[in-house]
Ligand binder design. Structure first.
Ligand code: GUN
Length: 294
């Protein structure tokens, strides 16, 4: 069994990007600028956005955090998005999800200009991704592809089972793993909450990508020997004995499933850090495209 070490690989990617940024600075060019809008004070979202902004600073990007209260109206958020669309200094931005219930997520995703949509959530970019055109690929699926690539995990002709059909992970992942090329060329099954007899499907899988958010969901008896496991789940489980009052766990019963797996991502330290690294990579791409348009 080999651990797919997202922490290590993400650090390598960040070093590669930092070297490119240093070169940009040396050439007197503008460095990439990422902005993030965070509405409300959900603890997990605060942590994620905080990490995204800190990573920008560490690798030499400019970053802007826009914090808005939980009571923000849809109109106020759309106005802020318009401002960021029009701000020529900002190369790319994200609106952290989930949003409070008074805001229509679809309207928000449509409002972000596709050229600045480093999350790859705008229908224009999502459509391009599905049609194999060059675009921003959503950061978590992009990070999973990069991990499979850097560890040279065989995907061609394999049966990939994706668990969860979210727009952020499951749906794009199911498209990407079936695309021509590497990583890809897989036969994909997308499973979700209405799937019957999921164990019957997961025991047929060569690669399982679980993005469900249910701690310990995937058990050893649900997988075959030598399976590749990608655990996207990040759940905070309350625990008084921990300094933070919780611990982080994934969808996979790591202790038992890892004994059967050929490769497996840990939680934390697997997919999570890769998501941030790929957001930075998308922001670098946004900067390069912005410069070539200017
Ligand atoms: N919430 C959970 N993951 C993500 C992500 O990749 N982007 C945004 N904007 N929100 C998220």
């Amino acid at each position: 069994m080999e651990i797919l070490d997202g922490k290590k690989v993400s650090n390598q990617i960040k070093e590669e990007i930092a070297a490119q940024v240093a070169q940009m600075k040396a050439n007197g060019e503008k460095v990439p600028h990422l902005a993030a809008i965070l509405v409300g004070n959900d603890g997990a979202s605060l942590t994620y956005v905080g990490s995204k902004v800190r990573s920008c600073e560490r690798i030499g990007f400019e970053s802007t955090l826009v914090q808005m209260p939980n009571t923000t109206s849809e109109i106020e958020l759309l106005k802020k998005i318009k401002e960021l669309n029009e701000n020529d200094d900002i190369d790319g931005f994200i609106v952290q999800l989930p949003l409070p219930p008074q805001i229509d997520e679809q309207k928000v995703l449509l409002a972000v200009h596709p050229d600045k949509d480093v999350d790859g959530f705008h229908p224009m970019n999502f459509g391009k991704m599905a049609l194999d055109m060059s675009t921003f690929i959503p950061a978590t699926p992009f990070g999973i592809l990069e991990l499979l690539d850097r560890y040279q995990v065989e995907t061609q002709g394999k049966h990939t089972v994706v668990i969860g059909r979210s727009h952020i992970v499951g749906r794009p992942m199911s498209i990407l793993m079936g695309r021509k090329g590497f990583p890809g060329n897989s036969t994909v099954t997308l499973t979700h909450s209405r799937t019957k007899n999921i164990s019957q499907i997961t025991t047929q899988a060569d690669i399982i990508i679980s993005a469900l958010g249910v701690p310990g969901f995937l058990k050893a008896e649900m997988v075959k020997d030598d399976v590749v496991i990608i655990d996207v789940g990040i759940t905070r489980v309350p625990d008084e004995t921990k300094a933070k009052g919780y611990y982080i766990t994934g969808d996979v019963d790591f202790e038992n499933v890892s004994k059967k797996a050929s490769y497996i991502t840990p939680v934390p330290g697997g997919v999570g850090p890769m998501t941030i690294a790929m957001l930075l990579k998308n922001t670098l791409l946004a900067r390069e495209r912005h410069r070539s348009r200017a």
